[in-house]
Design a protein. Sequence first.
Length: 467
Amino acid sequence: MAFWRRKSNDRYITLGLSEPATAQPPAQPPAQTEAATDASGAQLQPPAAPTQPPASATTPAAPAIEPTATGGAPTPLPTVETNKAAPAVGASAEATRAAAPTPPPRPPASESVRDRAEPSRAQTPQPRPVPSRSPFQSSVLGLDRSDEELRAEIESLEQTYAVRFQRAVEKTRESLSERIDTVFQGRKVIDAELLDELEEALIAADIGVETTLDILETVRRGVTRKEINDIDALKASIKDQLLTILRASEREGVASEASVPDTVAPYVMMIVGVNGVGKTTTIGKLAQRIKAEGNDVLICAADTFRAAASDQLAIWAERTGVPLIQQKHGTDPAAVLFDALKAAKARGSDVLIVDTAGRLHNKSNLMAELEKMKRVAGREVEGAPHETLLVLDAVTGQNGLEQARQFLKVAGVTGIVLTKLDGTAKGGIAVAIARELKLPIRYVGIGEKVDDLVIFDPEHYVNSLFS
């Protein structure tokens, strides 16, 4: 699935291979091969060329003058003996070719060079075959590769992403999957004691109490019906339930930027969250990723409440090569956003990412300020902000869930960005957020590099927890 809409500004070069050949100018009439006579019947001699030797008295005809190839060849051609007597001017072309010495044999490489520089007069040059290309190529950058090679490359990239994601949730996997293995160790049946230990493992991974109780209820029904008898069946049941919860959350909020019509520009993304969750870093990584897809991106530094916020964002803007709209400390954030929207329209930007002041969910004045910014954006661009992403720190666990509840009431959050997923054993918070808030998790941070902000894939996430 494509990440962002690509621009269709392709340019094509017309080679003219299918056009008819251009008509050549009429050739000059060949030189007469027989001597002309004047009115009295006397034979007239043709004028001698300044660089040719004098004509022989016994030869009545002049040779045909033919063009010779010019320009240097890639490899030097063997020299031909020049001490032979030059043909007379009056000799015929056939006699000249018959009297010419046979050239010595040349290697295949030299023959091909000479054929290109001076085609044979006796044979018509055959067109060189052009290698055919499959009309089913899936990438304009892979015209020299087959479909099988392109599919193999795509599978390799997906495998790389899966490995990175699996490494990011390693701590959570150790807390959940390996603990389940320990619970089953040395046991032959699933009893009440085993289910109690399983409940502790799920809660320790921050999946949530309500989600854990629902999962265990399903497991008990499976045990009663003899559908779950071993550890593999137990893990499969838990995976199916987690995947169902995560996919159901995509029905609310904004699960893809493709839901907004292409005619709406710029696409406004407002980033909210408390201080310290990685909001500025997320904006920089997000701008880099969207820019890499060929879109024109603009960043609005509307966090004028914290003095160092604009400076930190300026560093990321310089690092990613994305323009930044900012004003001095203490300026009304809504005014900064207004200027940024005007600038985005003037330059034809595709995406505008708006940084907002880090605020606690219990600060009513800052929440009111956020509501004002949304009204300003809606007046300038239809439907703006199109996405309001709440950045949550995965390390905070259930505290982050409470923040999300409050932001959802005021800011109209449409999606979640979960950062620092690689640094906690409580990565199950993603499931709790999806179940209780019914919000899709749009992106997750799995490292500190600029490309470590990835799209959240529910299937990859669940498989990584149990593989």
